[in-house]
Write a protein that binds this ligand. Structure first.
Ligand SMILES: Nc1ncnc2c1ncn2[C@@H]1O[C@H](COP(=O)(O)OP(=O)(O)O)[C@@H](O)[C@H]1O
Ligand SMILES: [Mg+2]
Length: 427
């Protein structure tokens, strides 16, 4: 009998648990015993790579777990999209290939691939990928949100060291959990000197260092094990990597971490040192919100201009929130709020006052500034930051002023600003 095209589509009971389409005998030899370990027939490992997969699956049901070898594919991304057309929803696809390129990896993941194994890979990497796939199929992930709430990802960037970016990132993350009731991940990307864990009186553990050394291990289970819990709603991933150990990564670990956090939490707050922006610009690609922390100094003005302009080009999808921290009263400040706003050609969204006493107490207690600060002068702007951050995603109306275009041109005018700094006798 002639079966109509894709007649079995959607019939879950007819699905195989597993099939693989590989390009070479070595890969087939590696996969067969692992298939057997999982109770799958070794014959499910087919030759012919991606092309054969597309052909076979166009006339049969797709399996629960599909392994495809992209080695012979000239245009992997295009071919994966062809595969998507013949795959039923629910099939978990693991790809393998020889191209080591974080952009390809990103694009593949964005097209729905669960994992990409770089050849040559080890049996353990395959086992990990299968375990991850089985976990995806078998049900809810860690911390699965009970209510459907869109994920919020915010990157907190200090325009200079010491402006209080980490203080604000920690407080924002804590408030997201404690006040907004959202399960939240705090990802501290100051790998060597991060304070994400310290600020919450926690040990950072080895999770983040392991993730960077071994990006292919990052999955839902890894996230669950590696993240340190600060409380019911807040988990932290932070490191104190040895300072004789330079950071060696192409950034794929960070991308993978963002992916997994997106799946496991309702909010991701990234403490993102500006040096990481230079090294890994793709880190902000998926951020809904970029919190740019500044202070009212000349140097911070210069770097705010540069970073705001950079964000315009590199994170056009992000809502940018400018937070001025450590604001003091008039004469104690290098430049005024008005001068600062004129230079960056936009308004400051939130101002947090300088309060050395509360800051010191915060550090001593090992808790977020937002928790120590009962003072409304600090609590209120922090609460506003939470509201603005969430509203960037849930579409509510509050939209802070957007920056205008010619920011970098302003850099030339900084000298003018110096000249304008109050001289003795000025009002
Ligand atoms: N509003 C504030 N008032 C006084 N001190 C603050 C304030 N915000 C942060 N600090 C202090 O500034 C120092 C640097 O903060 P941190 O968050 O580590 O900065 P960054 O991450 O930007 O380098 C810390 O000692 C912190 O307690
Ligand atoms: Mg910091």
């Amino acid at each position: 009998m002639n079966a109509p095209f894709n007649a079995s589509r959607g019939a879950a009971s007819l699905r195989d648990s597993f099939s693989a389409y590989v390009c070479d005998e070595a890969t087939a030899d590696l996969l067969r015993p692992i298939a057997v370990e999982h109770g799958w027939a070794p014959e499910k490992v087919n030759k012919g790579g991606l092309r054969n997969a597309v052909q076979s699956l166009s006339v049969s049901a797709s399996p629960n777990i599909l392994f495809v070898d992209l080695s012979e594919s000239g245009d992997p991304l295009n071919d994966i999209n062809a595969l998507a057309e013949v795959c039923e929803p629910g099939t978990v696809v693991i790809a393998a290939g020889q191209v080591n390129d974080v952009r390809l990896y990103r694009d593949l993941v964005a097209s729905g691939i669960q994992d990409y194994l770089l050849k040559p890979f080890t049996p353990d990497q395959v086992r990990d990928a299968f375990a991850h796939a089985q976990m995806t199929i078998s049900g809810p992930r860690v911390n699965e949100p009970s209510v459907e709430r869109p994920h919020v990802m915010a990157a907190v960037i200090g325009v200079r060291g010491g402006v209080g970016a980490s203080t604000i990132a920690t407080s924002l993350a804590w408030l997201m959990g404690d006040k907004a009731g959202r399960s939240t991940a705090l990802l501290d990307l100051d790998i060597h000197f991060g304070t994400g864990a310290l600020a919450l009186d926690l040990e950072p553990g080895r999770g983040l260092t392991d993730a960077i050394e071994n990006p292919s291990r990052i999955d839902g289970l890894f996230i669950e094990r590696a993240m340190v819990r600060a409380n019911d709603k807040l988990s932290v991933l932070s490191a104190e990597a040895p300072i004789n150990q330079p950071l060696l990564t192409d950034g794929s670990a960070f991308f993978q971490l963002q992916e997994e956090m997106r799946a496991a939490f309702e909010t991701t707050i990234i403490d993102l040192p500006r040096s990481m922006l230079v090294q890994h610009p793709h880190l902000v690609n998926d951020a809904h919100v970029a919190v740019v922390v500044v202070e009212f100094t000349l140097a911070a003005t210069r770097d705010a201009i540069r970073i705001l302009s950079w964000l315009k080009a590199n994170a056009p999808q992000s809502r940018v929130l400018v937070v001025a921290n450590k604001a003091a009263s008039g004469s104690q400040q290098e430049i005024s709020r008005g001068e600062f706003e004129k230079s960056i050609e936009r308004k400051v969204d939130i101002v947090i006052p300088l309060d050395a006493k509360v800051a010191a107490q915060t550090a001593k207690l090992g808790q977020p500034l937002a928790k120590t600060a009962t003072n409304a002068k600090i609590a209120q702007p922090l609460a506003q930051l939470v509201t603005l951050t969430i509203s960037a995603v849930d579409g509510s109306s509050e939209s802070p002023e957007e920056a205008t275009t010619s920011l970098l041109g302003k850099l030339g005018n900084l000298k003018g600003l110096v000249a304008k700094k109050p001289k003795p006798g000025d009002a």
